[in-house]
Design a protein around this ligand. Structure first.
Ligand SMILES: Cc1ncc(C[n+]2csc(CCOP(=O)(O)OP(=O)(O)O)c2C)c(N)n1
Length: 319
């Protein structure tokens, strides 16, 4: 990976982190209607994996709550996220929904539907359709540890394996499904074991090491494109906030959070770039300033936009 790409990855990691920091501030200011879901601590998993996709082949992702970083890599704009959370009528969902529930087939992302596990079947269809059309599209779909216990997950994983589909499944092992620790909902240590049951190759990676995530994702994407079928990647990471902002994580041991704070993916990557002489401090600061300027501009634009009104809810829903 050349210097430009390594700095681009830094840009996306920093963009994701700062965008969500600003959303948290907006929530505290009472400007966000509804909840706020963050990917704090998990940004490297989303950014590193999506960065392995190729837009020239119309690769597609289906992100989850913790995959803001993948959306940014695919070209989603901060103003689309701000305006969704701030319920503006000019947001991708016209103010009807927040978070990452929006789709753009051109840019290659399909907004998730809430029943967990089901998006793997949807992405199976997407890549199967593309293959029938003679395209070399690879799909990437994200799944949480909790969601790997759904029936939908197992049915879709088997189908992807049997059909040898060009799909990469990124399983985010972040310790908790809402308040349930992984050990209380499965007897296995590694989510990757689930893939073995279907004859699907899997790899385990440090989900907080963005370059390591990129490497395994790149291998899986290349294999899928060459007709080698699906791969499941298990990214070991940690959810540094509650399920959403209303959840104070009181059920997570402080020691565990302290331990994972030391493995912060953004701080570690920054150190790595400096220590390996890929970048100097000024270059990283210039990137941070670029992010700050973009977010300032997009938030100002969002705040100038009209707010969703109750009566707007009935338009465009029924014929
Ligand atoms: C089939 C289904 N069951 C329950 C829920 C409610 N729910 C939403 S998120 C969530 C926890 C998900 O945990 P996990 O898959 O580990 O992802 P994480 O939030 O840790 O990223 C639950 C139970 C749902 N959306 N769909």
């Amino acid at each position: 990976m050349n210097k430009e790409q390594q700095l681009e990855i830094y840009y996306y990691l920093h963009l994701t982190r700062t965008l969500e920091d600003k959303l948290e501030n907006l929530l505290k200011q009472g400007k966000i209607i509804g909840g706020l879901f963050r990917s704090l601590g998990q940004e490297a998993t989303a950014v590193g994996s999506a960065y392995a996709l190729d837009k020239n082949h119309n690769d597609m992702v289906s992100p989850l709550t913790r995959d803001m970083g993948a959306m940014m890599v695919m070209g989603a704009q901060p103003r689309e996220v701000f305006s969704s959370y701030l319920a503006r009528t000019t947001s991708p969902n016209q103010g009807r929904d927040q978070n990452l529930h929006f789709t753009d087939l051109q840019r290659g992302f399909i907004g998730t539907v809430s029943p967990l596990g089901t998006m793997i079947a949807v992405m199976n269809g997407v890549v199967m359709g593309a293959r029938m059309q003679g395209k070399q599209t690879v799909g990437m779909v994200y799944i949480g540890d909790g969601a790997t216990s759904t029936g939908a997950f197992h049915e879709a994983l088997n189908f992807a394996a049997v059909q040898n589909l060009p799909l990469v499944i990124v399983a985010e092992h972040n310790g908790f499904a809402y308040s349930t620790p992984t050990a209380k909902q499965m007897r296995i240590q590694n989510l990757a074991d689930r893939a073995q049951a279907y004859g699907m190759p899997s790899e385990i990676v440090d989900g907080n090491d963005v370059l390591a995530v990129y490497e395994v994702a790149r291998r899986a994407v290349d294999r899928a494109r060459e007709g080698g079928g699906p791969t499941m990647i298990e990214a070991k990471t940690f959810r540094m906030r509650g399920h959403a902002a209303h959840d104070n994580q009181s059920y997570v041991a402080k020691e565990l959070l302290d331990e994972w704070r030391k493995k912060d993916p953004l701080e570690n990557y920054e150190r790595q770039l400096l220590e390996s002489n890929v970048a100097i401090t000024d270059e990283l600061e210039a990137i941070r300033n670029r992010v700050e300027a973009l977010l300032g501009e997009d938030l100002a634009w969002t705040e100038s936009q009209p707010t969703f009104k109750g009566e707007d809810a009935v338009a465009g829903v029924y014929a």
